[in-house]
Every structure is written in C-alpha cells, then in structure tokens.
Ligand binder design. Structure first.
Ligand SMILES: [Zn+2]
Length: 409
C-alpha cells in the first residue's frame, strides 16, 4: 500500500524561471541534442520563441552556435521544400580536457562543444600525489602542443574524494591516502585556463543528467536523481532540479559522502579508520574479499578483479554469482537508506559495478523492496553508462563549467 504520496514533481518547477537559468538550460539542450529546433527549445523551456531568439542571436554571432539542417530520416524520396533548420554547437576554436583521477588508473581526454572527443590516454595512478600531478600536467601540456589551432578553455578533474568549497583542492581521498592537495594550481598550464576539481560521483551525476536530457523528448528538464558510483569505493552524487547538489555553506563539496556510513556494527575495518563502512560491502572492489570468503589471498592465489568475477558468474560459477548477489543485497540496503534520507526515489548506478548488473539488479531491488522505500508511490534503480564514471564525467565537469559561466570564461 502506498502511504507516502509522491509530490516531488511539484517542488522544483519554479527554479528554471530566471533568465540566467533559462540560458543555461537552453545551452544544455543544444549540447545534449546537437541539432534542436527553436520551436522545440521554446516548448521544452516553457518560454516563447522570441526569448529563444534573443538568447541564441549572440551565440550565432560569436560562431559558438550555428544553424544546421536536420539530418533527413530515410533516404531516396524527394524532400519537399527547404529542410527544417535546427541549432547546434559549432565550436572549432575551443577545447576542453578531462582528467579522471582514479584510485587505480588515471585517464585523460579532450573534447569540443560539438561533443567530438579524441586523444584519450591513461596511466597507472602513482601512489605519490606529486608524481601523479606531474605526469598529468605533462600530458596536458602535450595535448596543448599538439593542437596549436585550438584554445584550451577549462580542465575538469574528477577525484575520488572530498573537494574544497571553491573546487580547487582535493581535501581528502581515503582510498589514495591523499589530503589537502592543490590540484588546480598544479595543473594550471596557462593563466587563462581554468581548472575545476570535482568529486567523481558528482561528475558522473553531471554526465548522467545530460544523458537524461538527451533521451527524454519532453519533460526530462527538471530531472531529480541520486547517482551511486561503485568502484574502488562508493560515492553518491545528487541531482536536484537538473543541478548537482554539492552541499551548503562550509559543507560545499562534501554532500553525498555515503560510502563511509556504517552498515555493519563492528564490521570490516576501513581506510577511513572506522569499521563496517558501506563501501567495504558494496563497492566493486569489495567483491574480491567476498569472493575469497573474507580471507587474504593464499600464497600463489591471485586476488580476482571485479571483471573476472563477472566473467566467472557469466560462465555459471556459483561462487561468483553468490558474490555478486551479496553485493547487490548490501548495495540495496544502503540505497534504501540514502533514498529515505534524501527524499529522491530515483537512482542511477554508475562505476565498474555496472558490468555485473545482470547479477546484482535483482537482489538489490529485493533489498529495497524489504525497506520502507517500498511504501513510496514509485521508486526506480537503473544502471547508467560506464563512461560517465570515468573520463566522461571529467569532461562533463569542464564543459558544464563553460556553460554555467555563460560561455564567457
Ligand atoms: Zn570508511
């Protein structure tokens, strides 16, 4: 029986109505669709055509946005009259770099506003922070050198930990053991290049928010969801009214740090100093110890990686399947707590855990169904795209910053 009415859709409608917000949303729509008509923009933004024209005019004049005929669907038949014209980004002058600083590997890539992405590279993350930043900087300098015709605008860095209020520093990354790291300063290769440091789950949430705008033809504008990123650890990103929520006041940058909530009293010890943290039971990395029966690997026995456990499960191995089911159960228990704490019953799963989704989904949903969340009018959990949890998220941070600044950075 549903006892708690689902009133979420009524809470965020007025948030879009400032001119700056409308302009940002318009840019996001053009970027997500890459060819969208003025009429469609007006309809989805709930504004009139003249507002759209006023926002778009200077963007066309500056050559960031261009008019482009829609690709004709079907082939062969004669087209009647002029093909319909839409708007698209056409920015060949600027580029953006994403750096996904992971616990095991660091990825780097570049993109343009058009969404072309190229030149991806990666390296094993060194245990020493200074070395990691030095290598990253060299790779950024190298990308700049190889594209002298383009202007590097913004570098987006996703990090597995807490960021400071200004998104310049990594305050603490428990799984790397790094703290108070001045990332922006270390990676700023020129005075006019901005560096933005973002928590990796928040970066993944930004990426998934754009995917939702792209795939919904009408009402996906005001999207609200919780993103749970499960990889080496667990991080949570929050999207409320299509904007990521990072926390408030001095807590900006720490919202969503649920990986270290205790789910087992006196449980396994965690890098954060506590015991029984959620990520010790429901992260992709926790699968190895669950698989080995919570004992260290024996001499000569290798610790299986998450993807190997998924492969074994697909091959019919019972132990591998039971491991993934157990993770699904713990993940569901934690997600139910997060849903009730935040009040958003829509969840997207991200990170390498997604590769085991076939075995994780059912026990995860059963765990949520056992909880008080089942009393809500509706809840959903779906798997997101793996790219968003890594380089896709870091690139998203860079481009989203450009959009938030009104393309003036
Ligand atoms: Zn912990």
């Amino acid at each position: 029986m549903n006892v708690i009415p689902n009133t979420l859709s009524n809470t965020t409608k007025s948030e879009i109505n400032t001119p700056a917000k409308t302009a940002q949303m318009l840019l996001r729509l053009i970027r997500a669709a890459q060819t969208i008509s003025r009429a469609d923009l007006a309809r989805r933004l709930k504004v009139d055509r003249s507002t759209v024209t006023a926002i778009v005019k200077p963007l066309i004049a500056s050559e960031l946005v261009c008019e482009k005929p829609f690709e004709q669907s079907g082939s062969g038949g004669k087209t009647q009259g002029r093909p319909p014209i839409g708007l698209s980004f056409n920015d060949r002058k600027n580029f953006f770099i994403g750096l996904s600083l992971g616990v095991r590997r660091t990825q780097i890539g570049m993109t343009t506003l058009n969404g072309e992405s190229f030149e991806e590279d990666d390296f094993e993350t060194p245990s020493d922070a200074e070395t990691a930043l030095r290598i990253a900087r060299e790779k950024i300098e190298d990308l700049r050198r190889r594209h002298p015709d383009k202007n590097l605008k913004i570098i987006g860095v996703s990090v597995p930990g807490l960021t400071d209020i200004n998104r310049q520093k990594l305050l603490f990354a428990p799984n790397l053991g790094w703290s108070n790291l001045e990332i922006a300063g270390a990676l700023q290769v020129a005075p006019n290049v901005k560096v933005v440091v973002e928590n990796d789950a928040t970066a993944a949430a930004m990426y998934e928010a754009r995917m939702k705008i792209r795939h919904s033809s009408s009402d996906g504008l005001m999207t609200n969801f919780i993103l749970v990123r499960s990889g080496t650890g667990i991080g949570v990103g929050l999207v409320i009214g299509s904007e990521v929520y990072r926390g408030s006041g001095l807590g900006r940058g720490i919202a969503g740090e649920f990986g270290h909530m205790t789910v087992v009293a006196g449980g396994k010890s965690c890098v954060c100093g506590n015991r029984g943290c959620w990520e010790k039971y429901a992260s992709a990395a926790s699968a190895a110890s669950l698989y080995l029966g919570d004992r260290p690997a024996r001499h000569g026995e290798s610790t299986p990686r998450f993807i190997e456990i998924v492969t074994r499960a697909a091959g019919g191995e019972i132990r591998a399947r039971k491991t993934l089911e157990k993770i699904g159960d713990y993940l569901g228990i934690g997600i139910a707590n997060v849903i009730m704490g935040i009040g958003i019953p829509r969840v997207v799963i991200s990170g390498r855990l997604v590769y085991g989704w076939d075995y994780i989904e059912q026990p995860l949903k059963q765990a949520i169904e056992r909880s008080i969340v089942s009393k809500l009018a509706g809840w959903s959990v779906e798997a997101g795209e793996p790219a968003g949890s890594a380089i896709g998220g870091a690139l998203e941070v860079a481009v989203e910053e450009f959009i938030m600044l009104g393309l003036n950075s």
